[in-house]
Design a protein around this ligand. Structure first.
Ligand SMILES: [Mg+2]
Length: 402
């Protein structure tokens, strides 16, 4: 019997609840098999060792429903499970048009917050079709499959002031494209790494405070990036080139950075970085993390000293978006399938150009303009926004150790 044939025929919903152990699913299906019914739908969830198993089956041959009910209840009793059997017609109604995935990251995720999110979803006129926990570490990540409303109004209703609720919320259109996101491009300073590379150089040049001041102003969007870059690099003039190696060793990856890159690579994603910092550091990161793409400014070095100038094409705010497009073209990935991650004002064009722009522990101006925001200091939480579960990440890690 195919799906269209089951739409108006009598069906029985058989629900089992109790302590999970091996053989429950097989036992119930075996019991039902004696009545030659068809499985129309089946769903099983295990939460803290308790199983909820729902099997929707076609009605048994005439006169046998009473017997089926008794047999299932007897089986359940013998297994110390609760059973419920509900008669009805057909299958689930088809899900509404406009299907989205809402990912909520909380640490903790309070019931109050979850209630607020669910209420907002409902108020848009959408329906929550499924709820699924993606991860419990390092944050609690939950995915709601929602239908009945277009993605944009849902995003507006949920993401705009998610920070007020103390959680991060991402809303993306559901569909095959989600499985095909194939390029992730990250900013470097305060995104892939915890540091601002120019400040590491400045510490060696003894001009840390002056440089930090200019960086802050630039990141707030108060200063033109290119001007601020030149101003800061000028302060490094005369520094010995041996400082490059020292700075490379001082760079601290953001927690979760290795997990993020390793997992994405395993899934066949291409991963790149674009930085308003320097190739002297990004080339090293590209090698260490086996990145596919890296582009940054280059500090000019003459006779073993930094000249206080940068060479080549400047990577600034529009430059980062340009590089995202270039990487996407080289990777053969449509722009709509790209993910960009960044924290600063100079990442905004790139975040907006990408299919999914993620503001990572970003300044408010960036957070508000991006598609979604992560406010936890763990880069691997971005995986959850892509629908990848912690379990999948860990399973892949174990495979790698073998
Ligand atoms: Mg940055």
């Amino acid at each position: 019997m195919n799906a269209s044939q089951t739409s108006d025929v009598p069906t029985l919903l058989v629900k089992i609840f109790g302590k999970d152990r091996p053989g429950i699913t097989a036992g119930l299906l075996d019991t039902l098999a004696a009545y030659s019914v068809d499985v129309v739908d089946i769903e099983q969830v295990v939460t803290r060792g308790r199983i909820v198993l729902c099997v929707l089956v076609t009605e048994p041959a005439q006169g046998l429903e009473g017997s089926l009910r008794v047999t299932v209840h007897n089986w359940a009793e013998s297994m110390k499970m609760q059973a419920e059997i509900i008669s009805g017609i057909g299958d689930n109604r088809p899900r509404g048009l406009g299907r989205s995935l809402v990912t909520v990251l909380g640490h903790p995720l309070t019931a109050e917050t979850a209630a607020a999110i669910a209420t907002r979803i409902t108020k848009t006129g959408a329906n929550i079709d499924r709820v699924f926990r993606l991860a419990k570490y390092p944050v609690t990540a939950v995915e709601f499959a929602v239908s009945g409303v277009e993605t944009e109004p849902l995003r507006t209703a949920l993401v705009t002031d998610a920070s007020k609720l103390g959680v991060d919320v991402a809303v993306v259109a559901a569909g095959l494209h989600r499985r095909a996101q194939r390029l992730v491009v990250m900013d470097v300073d305060s995104t892939l790494i915890q540091d601002e590379v120019i400040e590491l150089f400045a510490a060696h040049a003894g001009c840390e405070d002056q440089v930090a001041e200019v960086t802050e102003a630039a990141m707030r969007g108060e200063l033109d990036f290119e001007e601020s870059l030149h101003a800061r690099v000028r302060l490094l003039a005369g520094l010995d080139a041996s400082v490059v190696d020292k700075v490379r060793s001082e760079v601290r990856l953001t927690p979760g950075a290795r997990t993020l890159v390793r997992t994405l690579k395993r899934l066949g994603y291409q991963v790149g970085v674009v930085s308003g910092g320097f190739t002297q550091v990004t080339d090293d990161l590209k090698e260490r993390l086996a990145l596919d793409f890296a582009h940054a400014n280059t500090l000019e070095i003459v006779d073993g000293k930094l000249t206080g100038r940068v060479t080549g094409e400047i990577v600034d705010r529009p430059g980062k978006a340009r590089l995202l497009r270039r990487f996407a073209a080289e990777a053969g990935v449509p722009l709509s399938q790209t993910v960009a991650i960044g924290d600063g004002a100079n990442d905004l064009d790139m975040l907006n150009a990408a299919g999914l722009g993620v503001a990572f522990n970003a300044k408010p101006v960036v957070r508000e303009a991006a598609h979604t925001a992560v406010s936890f200091p763990f880069l691997d939480t971005v995986l959850y926004l892509l629908g990848i579960t912690r379990e999948e990440v860990e399973a892949a890690d174990i495979l790698d150790l073998d």
